[in-house]
Design a protein around this ligand. Structure first.
Ligand code: ATP
Length: 269
């Protein structure tokens, strides 16, 4: 019950192409995780090219870190295990050693596997001195011990991928174990355009709808904010139709929704 999801590679349903922008992040993940998992023979000699055991994705909320983790599993042909730091520490008051052993032995059986630890700061945050909950401290120590204990054969095929909005809360010992750290930034106007194009690809929008103007008008929006905006805008023609129906203008045929226009988005901001 501490694992929030276990998904085989073909069933995740998210690929890199479904993620707008973040090209540099995708390239880095390709080199650091996909290649070593798909072509382990290229990373087994010498000391320079070694698959890394851990990667940290950090950046503001809603920028696509969870989405990237899922797509990475698809692209690498790996199973996907997802755990959430805060759930792990708040729901578990039992034997931390047993729990982490079970998690890592489960992961070994599913290798190649991405173990995604969302809110990694909750599980592996900085030592909280005397105030820290004893259970949290034990869990963190056991987790790190089990992680270190991965045999090198396994480490090629088990990747711990942490995500956080609070990288400065992470313990130094954890930072060392996540040697590759990738910043997932808020999108700029060009990148917001790419993300909006994905969300609006299948929507009924007015022919002269200028997505670029919408991208320019959404400074500071994360990918998640853009998605919520699009959902709110898409609801407006539905609401209008329902209002018309309320006024008694019922039509016999299936009602057609009007196409979306820029104003729907501006009004939904
Ligand atoms: P948090 O730090 O709050 O957990 P996160 O960085 O993990 O957030 P996600 O959960 O991956 O963000 O993103 C939330 C939703 O926003 C996604 O399910 C997706 O619909 C949308 N989204 C965010 N970024 C992108 C993007 N670059 N391309 C397409 N969709 C995106």
């Amino acid at each position: 019950n501490f694992i929030s999801a276990v998904v085989p590679p073909g069933e995740i349903g998210i690929k890199f192409d479904d993620i707008g922008a973040l090209e540099d992040v995708k390239t880095a993940l390709h080199e650091l995780a996909i290649l070593p998992m798909k072509r382990p023979e290229l990373f087994s000699r010498g000391n320079l090219l070694r698959p890394c055991k851990g990667i940290l994705l950090f950046g503001p909320p809603g920028t696509g870190k969870t989405l990237l983790a899922k797509a990475l599993a698809t692209e690498a042909g790996a199973n996907f295990i997802s755990i959430t730091g805060s759930t792990l520490t708040s729901k578990w008051f039992g034997d931390a050693e047993k729990l982490t052993k079970a998690l890592f032995s489960f992961a070994s059986k599913l290798a190649p596997v991405i173990v995604f630890v969302d809110e990694v700061d909750s599980l592996l945050g900085a030592r909280g001195g005397g105030f820290e909950h004893e259970a949290t401290r034990r869990m963190r120590n056991e987790f790190m011990a089990a992680w270190d204990g991965l045999r090198s054969k396994d480490s090629q095929r088990i990747l711990i991928l942490g995500a956080t909005n609070r990288p400065f809360d992470l313990d130094d010992a954890v930072i060392r174990r996540l040697p590759r750290r990738i910043y997932v930034d808020l999108p700029d106007a060009d990148n917001r355009l790419k993300i909006l194009k994905i969300f609006l690809a299948k929507e009924n929008i007015e022919p002269d709808f200028d997505i670029r103007r919408l991208a320019n008008a959404t400074e500071g929006y994360s990918g998640s904010d853009l998605k919520n905006l699009c959902i709110a805008a898409a609801y407006r023609p539905v609401q209008e139709l329902l209002d018309e129906e309320k006024k008694g203008k019922k039509c016999d045929t299936t009602p057609a929704l009007r196409p979306l226009n820029l104003d729907d988005f501006i009004q939904s901001k």
